[in-house]
Design a protein around this ligand. Structure first.
Ligand code: SF4
Ligand code: FES
Length: 253
């Protein structure tokens, strides 16, 4: 039987987007190492609500590393210290008995803190709405094998499509750039024959929207790749840049 642990949780509390916010300290005892980080936050919230206090707001949904809803900064790392792991899949066995854990929201100008650890990441949806789709009229559904896709292109597109839109790359970037997210979305379409014809135009309009929303530029720090729970490669950013430059040559403006 694994020994349960005690931790000191220093958690960011902020009533709403205009509140200044502050850290609050809580002691948690008898935490099972098999609990996920979010289950540990559930325990904290049970204790708070039992005492009549306001529970800590945090985003979550699938708790299986699929949906991209969860995400906070844990001890200075987006989604915590484990590589390729979403916050919902981070387990308390990662931490030592008696450890102090600091939990903060993802911080970036385009991500407004709604309450405590919950941030508004709808700016990422706006980038998708600016062009992250195929608009060609394809008529009726074609036979599955009517458009052949080389295996390596399919594999690479699939890896890019693994992005869950969590925003950890933005939170990890010193410039709060959304380049890795945008590049993943552009890549997975640009690599496939169905998405290729619009790839340059798509890159131009998604990058324009990203800039308008206040995301910073990529400084090649690669913090995004290091913190991405789906291990999206920064080579996607090179592809984004190629598509973006192509759009400058193709543009008739
Ligand atoms: S690229 Fe990675 S870190 Fe960024 S939104 Fe996608 S999954 Fe999250
Ligand atoms: S809650 Fe869905 S990815 Fe973490």
């Amino acid at each position: 039987m694994t020994k349960n642990i005690s931790v000191t949780l220093i958690v960011w509390r902020q009533a709403n987007s205009s509140d200044k916010g502050k850290f609050e300290t809580h002691q948690l005892t008898d935490i099972s190492k098999d609990m996920s980080f979010l289950e540990m936050l559930d325990v904290l919230n049970e204790e708070l609500t039992t005492k009549g206090a306001d529970p800590v707001a945090f985003d979550h949904d699938c708790r299986e590393g699929i949906c991209g809803m969860c995400g906070t900064v844990v001890n200075g790392r987006a989604h915590g210290p484990n590589k390729g792991t979403t916050l919902c899949q981070l387990h308390m066995r990662t931490f030592n008995d008696g450890e102090t854990i600091v939990v903060e929201p993802f911080r970036a100008r385009p991500f407004t803190v709604l309450k405590d650890l919950a941030v508004d990441r709808s700016s990422l949806d706006e980038i998708i709405m600016a062009g992250g789709y195929i608009s060609a009229n394809t008529g009726g559904a074609a036979d599955a094998n009517a458009i052949l896709v080389p295996q390596d292109a399919a594999d690479e597109a699939f890896e890019s499509a693994a992005c869950i839109g969590c925003g950890a790359c933005v939170a990890a970037c010193p410039n709060a750039s959304a380049m890795l997210f945008t590049a993943a979305k552009i890549s997975h379409l640009a690599l496939l024959p169905q998405g290729k014809p619009e790839s340059a135009k798509r890159a131009a309009s998604m990058v324009k929207k990203m800039d308008e929303l206040g995301f910073g530029n990529c400084g090649n720090e690669a913090e995004c790749e290091a913190e991405c729970p789906k291990e999206i490669s920064i080579t996607n950013i090179a592809r984004l840049n190629r598509e973006f430059f192509k759009s400058k040559f193709l543009s008739d403006e």
